[in-house]
Write a protein that binds this ligand. Structure first.
Ligand code: GLN
Length: 442
């Protein structure tokens, strides 16, 4: 299929899978070298950007996010902004203020979240790369549910300029694709220090040379609570890794169980301050009764346009930051974060990566999700959250399929700035893994 064929089919593809919130009207790729899409929380000057929230409906940014500008400069054509959970708050992309993307392997199932539309686009569209953003697992989770590769780089590797923030100390922009080789190719384009984002770091260059992964550590706590099928598929993948010459050791990492509660304190505290700007003045719908007192006016706009999960997170985050409680919650969560970093570092002194399944189950059906409580869905993140808290690079790699044909992913976690070893293992894996593409019909 040529790029122009893809361009012509885009609207029909989107009508079926609902991956794009906004998309290009062009049906011609022009002189583009590749087509790409991005999560809808990265600003672009040619399309509406809403971060999945109705409060930003109609927002047309005047500038491109740094990563989008870099991909355009490298010859990329931006074809769409992908549906997502509102501001990144979710695990299934069902908390979107707009469309909910459909899993390419079964339209009754979720794509994962919060970069669900991005993983869907990468899975459905041939030769496609999509940018995702991860705060607590939003690249790995949907990559795993949609059967594609997803890399979340070291915190500070990619500029957050042009990103609509969720949790500033956690947000990382990364790449999702059907091909392991694409991850390295596009990550090297978007990485780098940027004066406009003080949290982007002066950093070691990507080592692009091959570096064989010799050993992985599987934390015992990372293989608890799995569905039977994920457990069996992961076991088989471990045997395959051993056959490829990788040593597999089981280790203890008890701090893993504290990551999830610590994450939801850090993430909601930061999110609640970030959402304070959407009040119907500089950002957000400007409507309603302007004669109201200003806080009544703000409340009217926020009540109407924020979704339930955004409101829940504002409440949680405001509570954790309350005078007198900050030390008990936020400061404690930061201490837990340090313990987790220390534990990863000590395991990674003797192993190239830490490995576990990406998600404890495969993509659930929408009717199953509607029965989950908010806490059930938070708990589903226990395998992706630890590496995100630690700010260390990780990659979800497709490793098999369950009896319904739904993809299973495994997640490799490497030390800070060691993305190269993740690229190498993914490329080795890709050579021998029988990747299934979803049957795409329009
Ligand atoms: N599911 C997690 C959350 O709801 C992670 C989402 C993300 O990384 N944006 O916060």
């Amino acid at each position: 299929m040529t790029m122009n064929d893809t361009m012509k089919d885009l609207k029909a593809i989107n009508a079926k899978y609902l991956m794009f919130h906004a998309m290009t009207d062009d049906t011609d790729a022009g002189d583009a070298k590749f087509l790409f899409s991005t999560k809808d929380n990265l600003t672009s000057n040619d399309m509406e950007t809403c971060a999945g929230s109705r409060i930003l409906e109609g927002y047309r940014p005047a500038f491109d996010a740094d990563c989008i500008a870099k991909l355009r400069k490298a010859g990329g054509k931006l074809v769409g902004k992908c549906n997502m959970d509102e501001f990144g708050f979710g695990t299934f992309s069902t908390n979107s203020g707009f469309e909910i993307p459909r899993n390419p392997f079964d339209l009754e199932r979720a794509c994962g979240g919060s970069s669900g539309g991005s993983a869907c686009a990468a899975s459905v569209i041939e030769d496609h790369v999509s940018l995702g953003v991860s705060t607590g697992g939003s690249i790995s989770c949907p990559a795993s549910f949609c059967g594609v590769y997803g890399l979340t780089p070291t915190y500070g590797r990619v500029s957050r300029f042009g990103l609509i923030d969720y949790g500033n100390s956690l947000d990382k922009i990364g790449v999702i694709s059907q091909k392991a080789t694409d991850l390295k190719k596009y990550m090297t384009v978007i990485a780098g220090k940027d004066e406009r984002d003080p949290t982007s770091m002066v950093q070691p260059e990507f080592r692009t040379a091959y570096r064989k992964m010799k050993s992985v550590a599987v934390p015992k706590e990372g293989i608890e609570g799995l569905s039977k099928e994920v457990e069996a598929t992961f076991k088989k993948a471990l045997e395959q890794l051993i056959a490829m010459g990788v040593d597999v050791d089981y280790v203890d990492m008890p701090s893993l169980k504290y990551a999830m509660p610590a994450y939801y304190v850090l993430a909601t505290s930061e999110a609640s301050t970030n959402l304070a700007r959407y009040v119907g003045m500089r950002y957000g719908h400007q409507e309603g009764d302007h004669s109201l007192k200003f806080d009544d006016y703000f409340t009217s706009v926020r009540s109407k346009y924020f979704g339930d999960e955004a409101k829940r997170r504002i409440l949680l985050g405001t509570f954790t930051r309350m005078a007198g409680f900050g030390g008990r919650h936020y400061a404690k969560a930061r201490e837990v974060r340090q313990v987790i970093i220390k534990d990863y570092k000590s395991i990674l002194e003797t192993h190239d990566a830490v490995l576990a399944p990406t998600m404890p189950f495969t993509a659930p059906r929408f009717d199953e999700i509607s029965k989950m409580s908010a806490l059930d869905s938070y708990k589903a993140d226990y395998l992706t959250v630890p590496a995100n808290i630690a700010g260390i690079p990780h990659m979800s790699v497709p490793c098999g399929y369950d009896s319904n044909g739904m993809p299973v992913g495994m997640q490799f976690v490497a030390d800070h700035w060691n993305e190269d070893i993740l690229f190498s293992i993914a490329e080795d894996w890709e050579k021998q893994f029988d990747l299934r593409r979803p049957e795409v019909s329009i």
